[in-house]
Write a protein that binds this ligand. Sequence first.
Ligand code: AMP
Ligand code: MN
Ligand code: MN
Ligand code: MN
Length: 303
Amino acid sequence: MDLIPVYPPLKSDLHSHTACSDGKLSPVEYIDYAVAREIRVLALTDHDNMNALEPVLKYVKDKDLPIRIIPGIELSTTWMEGTCPYQIHIVGLNCDPSNARLQEIIRINKEKRDYRVEVISAKLVKNGVDAKDLADYLSVYQQAGTFITRKHFADYLIKNHIVPDNSAAFDKYLTKGGLAYCKVEWGSIPEAVKVIKDAGGVPVLAHPMRYKELNKKTKYRDRLVDYYTEQGGVAIETAHPMMKSEEKKVARDYASSHDLYSSYGSDFHERNVPERAMGRDLWLAAPSKPIWEHDQIKDYFKQ
Ligand code: AMP
Ligand code: MN
Ligand code: MN
Ligand code: MN
């Protein structure tokens, strides 16, 4: 199978996080890192918020840095299929952060996250975690206005040697059936698609090959792509670093059979994680409609 580099003239990455959600770098550190890696087009796509956008744009402008930022977001949604809820991420690229409905969804999702922080904390304390120590750890993020994710809890469990690594944290504590699991019902896929479009953005089905439960039931994964497309979805991610070429082919075929644009991104969260290294190894299985040709995106790639 032919693999082609993403828009070759400019290095780009269309999915990444800062410390405003579960990334590790502040907005300024994040830009310094991207510029050092010679990224020229970068989509900022924090979970359920766009708080990093203003400081990022200000820093780029003040320093006159050679990088264009696509204002984005990664919205959490819940997709019900049969009796099972699945958490599906919809990235929005080129969103206007002042859109009223988008702001409303951001507010609602923040409330859901705040509630979940309380439930997960209580369950961890029941399971022997020190209440004050955990509250002190979380309060640093709460005071900074961070959108706290399950990854913050995973980091806490690893730091305190309660679990050896991230996947153990999720398996034992944070996913369905785990000791500190808290169910959240996010908004629907059509609602996310609509609000992204209303805010002038392009909806992108994030990392379709990384939903563990759906990889076990590929028929459901097919249905997800069908449903997303029926509901007005425009693009789908077809590459991230370390993705196997067979997976890229499946994702590319989803894009072409559903007439979706192909997007891509590392899902960068922090330095030194090769499978999420910013801007690296983003080869696509030759797509029919690359996202850099989309009318609302192409100007970011102008030379
Ligand atoms: P949340 O949005 O709070 O559910 O947290 C999402 C973050 O948790 C994502 O950025 C993932 O990196 C991480 N995550 C979710 N599920 C898993 C899992 N099963 N194993 C490892 N990390 C996960
Ligand atoms: Mn994340
Ligand atoms: Mn995601
Ligand atoms: Mn992400």
